[in-house]
Ligand binder design. Sequence first.
Ligand code: HEB
Length: 744
Amino acid sequence: MSTTETKCPFHAEVAGVAGGGTTNRDWWPNQLRLDLLSQHSEKSNPLGRDFNYREEFRKLDYYALKKDLLDLMTDSQDWWPADFGSYVGLMIRMAWHSAGTYRVGDGRGGGGRGQQRFAPLNSWPDNVSLDKARRLLWPVKQKYGQKISWADLMILAGNVALEHAGFRTFGFGASREDTWEPDLDVYWGRERTWLGGDERYARGSEGVPKAEGESVLVSEDDADGKVHNRKLENPLAAVQMGLIYVNPEGPDGNPDPVLAAHDIRETFKRMGMDDEETVALIAGGHTLGKTHGAGPADHVGPDPEAADLEMQGLGWANSFGTGKGADTITSGLEVTWTSTPAQWSNDFFKHLFDFEWELTRSPAGAHQWVAKDAEAFIPGPTPDAPRRRPSMLTTDLALRFDPVYGKISRRFRDDPQAFANAFARAWFKLTHRDMGPKSRYLGPEVPAEDLIWQDPLPKPVHNPTAADIADARAKIQALGLPVGDLVTLAWASASTFRGGDKRGGANGARIRLQPQRGWQVNQRAVKALEALERLQPDTALSLADLIVLAGGVAIEQAARDAGFYIEVPFAPGRVDALQEQTDVESFGYLEPFADGFRNYLNAPSAVPAEHLLVDKAQLLTLTAPEMTVLVGGMRALDASWDGSRHGVFTDRPGVLTTDYFVNLLDMAYEWKATSEERQLYEVRERRGGAVKWTATRVDLVFGSNSVLRALSEVYASADGAEKFVRDFVAAWTKVMNLDRFDLL
Ligand code: HEB
């Protein structure tokens, strides 16, 4: 892995068959990715609409499963013999790589969806040999069938491996439901070679493509006097294409532990890990198992996705020696950290500080470090293999030579209990932080303690009756606030939800807390919020419920004004979180750079705003029709983030009409760009040339993109008005309830 730059497997083209040939994406590479909004449909899922994983999991004999997993750890198979007679290292690495793709920046990636089974992850250079780990698990998966998902099983196998090694884990929660096809939405970077290129970095003063607004980065000159001025593109959390995090040999293969620490700090931060968690995780993981680089990388065959049919989904066939056991080539590094690689210990830190380290090369030619003047007391992977000296990766030495990591590492060396405790908690966070609220966790090993990264919610204090709700409705109406104000507020509250990690949403009313309250995009919403905050004590509802109810009341009013009597469904039961239950930094990642639904764009963007709209819609788990009806509806309702009228193509703002679609598609108007920078447009009457409205790219894309235009035509048609109101209310209600896992 680290010694070669494998070419992307572009095969001879499959032609003359359905789906073959030059595709729309080849002709128009910048086409809007509406396909992201129809992923993982029922059509790809063999379990069907009625399958309920929570119910299925309840039928699982959890402890029997754990027993089988424990037994598996030492049940070495001839086709892939266990190092040291134990698979614990392999299983822990599988679980870590499953969870470790998570990025806090957009909440995508992570172990919650069983994606390691599919490309690209099943074939990432960093995931070499994990195909074997999953194949070893298959008999267990087969035995328990749908009662345990692959996604849960991979993480649980990591936990059981740690327990097998004598480590006491912090707990385990299930509920990671499998997907059945590769995710299309996760941006992994734009390089076209594995581990190659560095397009994700802007260097020096050249500046970053400002697609995601800010650039979080490594600062210019750090205390150590070295210059670290390369900037990693957001929301990426790995330094190279095909890696989970960082290059084990150091930045671009430069074996400098201090520079490696900078990459580690940046990438682990993007998974939401601080320095202490990072040190604990790396050292804890590398307390067990070994790395594999018995020979040159050119002995290794194609990855699973590129391998021949008869490989049956396995990849990286190895022609070196026996191709397995002591001859295994995985990373190309050949390191064993501790004297008991199948048993938990404090050896990692002991060795890290007891020895001085000498730069050497693995049999595969990769940079690694060996303990100077040490005896050869570390076991080899097989009983007959000679003992070796302790060895480390460049990134391991970072835990000693970075001043901040070094301090933490010394503390852990001297206090094994503190280390074990920190690792247990960090491992639990690593493997659970993409699962959403703790209420979703299943199984007998869910820890009682609330953790701040779970975005905890208080126990409900309100239990409103139908009369209470009716009373609150009347009081909301009596406030006399504009429809657009209340709709913007409810949207602001609910639309922080991210399908990837199931964070955000209206429950908790965190819009009243920092940081949401201070976000630029919420400026207008906060005004309506203040009115509802004053009203709330006179009602029997939580503020979170009141905000959502008020949005519904406004929409009902707007529909009535358009001639439709429709009830916006309302499911009470939300609670109000406290500031101390809200990690300000971590919630900061939920701030939208763009929210096309409210016509918000934080700054001029290299990525066209309509693409950012699709990105946001995908986080909200919306389909293209839902996105369409919501944008059209919110424009009609005059619900832009700042009260501006871009895209409000109607003479009756605040009324739930189809005017947005009708006027957008009307040939009586023409559209002209007025400002390149802010990407604004004027809509003029063709006859006479008077400026009728203004618009953004997000508005005009519904007329310009052929698929969105087709959807817009449905609502612009003479028979579209009632359907529009119904569809809008349905999509709106979906958004309001995205985080209501209690309703499922
Ligand atoms: Fe690790 C292994 C790197 C972190 C756990 N790693 C490993 C290897 C490498 C690495 C290269 C080898 C592979 C082979 O086989 O060859 N890591 C790394 C890096 C990082 C890490 C660079 C960042 C700094 N780990 C980590 C973590 C964890 C881990 C965090 C958990 C927690 N690993 C691990 C394990 C192992 C490894 C367990 C072993 C495996 C076996 O034994 O098989």
